[in-house]
Write a protein that binds this ligand. Structure first.
Ligand code: CDM
Ligand code: ATP
Length: 285
């Protein structure tokens, strides 16, 4: 029996700017996103009966139609008239509702994996378009790497990888709803917007210092106002010596970019003092 394995890495937003609210309720964004090597793992196997079955060791995520990986399988079956079943095992490692696009990356991995398992022969552009039907972050998760994302997040332009560094992720024990954060966001209240051109120049030059200087996320204003613990983690990470510190996506996870390995133990131990979920990972290049 064929088994397909797919890795579903977490993403971070190096820049997240929101330009305006659109007529359709979504927001027009400009984001620079990249992948880190904290990943869920999916195993996909053909089932004898025509059914989608999802299982996971994680007790705290839905395993039915609410799961984005399940939705990805259902979408492919409907769109291409697939009469086969699939068993998907999801080894969940990415924290949930964390701003790390865990669910979106699982959906993207399911699209990639089922394209192979069911011999659908879809190209990356087609998989990205299907991904956009599942969520704004899914097309980027299909493509991977580093990209500029515009529109509601689905229009992508691949970029060079960021200069290699360590990424420390710290997630406070709260779950933040992306819809809530966008709902509370007011474009008119943003003072200074982050500079996307500056981040693009940093990546072109391969300059770690310039990348740290160009980090910015306008959703921080909303999330930090409601969750003081996110602001506190940012302050602690900065004090402990991370070179650049930012909230990812709609939060609550905060990431710190660190160039010197010798700094990591102090930052990790300092954070672990009051935050249980801390990860030290690398950027995926
Ligand atoms: C915060 C980010 O994760 C940053 O990468 C994304 O912008 C959100 O991506 P996502 O979680 O895949 O978002 P979706 O599942 O498409 O939408 C969740 C909810 O967020 C809001 N939403 C999302 C994306 C966007 N550009 N504008 C929005 O206003 C909408 O209210 C939507 O109902
Ligand atoms: N495969 C999945 N893994 C985790 N959560 C999922 C999945 N499918 C659906 N969900 C639901 O989606 C919600 C958001 O989870 P997810 O981990 O994708 O958020 P996130 O990391 O904040 O995403 P983003 O950064 O794209 O906003 C959770 O409440 C969860 O119940």
């Amino acid at each position: 029996m064929t088994k397909i394995y797919e890795k579903a890495p977490a993403k971070i937003n190096l820049v997240l700017d929101v330009l305006r609210k659109r007529e359709d309720g979504y927001h027009e964004v400009e984001m620079v996103m990249t992948m880190v090597d904290l990943a869920d793992r999916l195993t996909l196997e053909e089932l004898q009966r025509d059914q989608i079955v999802l299982a996971s060791q994680a007790g705290f995520i839905p395993l039915d139609e609410k799961n984005l990986a399940f939705q990805a399988a259902k979408l492919l079956k409907q769109r291409y008239g697939v009469k086969k079943g699939v068993y998907i095992y999801l080894d969940k490692q990415i924290p949930v509702a964390a701003g790390l696009a865990g669910g979106s990356s699982d959906a993207a991995a399911a699209l990639r994996g089922l394209n192979r398992l069911w011999d659908l022969n879809l190209g990356v552009p087609e998989l990205e378009a299907l991904g956009a039907e599942l969520g704004s972050d899914v097309p980027f998760c299909v493509r991977g790497g580093t990209a500029l994302a515009t529109g509601r997040g689905e229009r992508l332009e691949s970029l060079e990888s960021p200069p290699q560094c360590w990424v420390v992720l710290a997630k406070p024990p709260i779950n933040v709803s992306t819809a809530d954060v966008y709902g509370r966001f007011r474009a008119s209240e943003v003072g200074v917007h982050p500079s996307v051109p500056d981040m693009l120049a940093a990546l072109r030059e391969g300059s770690f210092d310039r990348m740290c200087g160009a980090l910015g996320n306008v959703l921080e204003k909303v999330t930090l106002a409601h969750y003081p613990e996110v602001r506190q983690i940012k302050e602690v990470m900065t004090r402990l010596g991370a070179d650049g510190v930012l909230m990812s996506g709609s939060g609550p996870t905060v990431f710190g970019l660190v160039s010197k390995e010798s700094k990591l133990a102090r930052i990790y131990n300092g954070l672990r003092g009051f935050c249980k979920e801390v990860y030290v990972v690398r950027m995926l290049t």
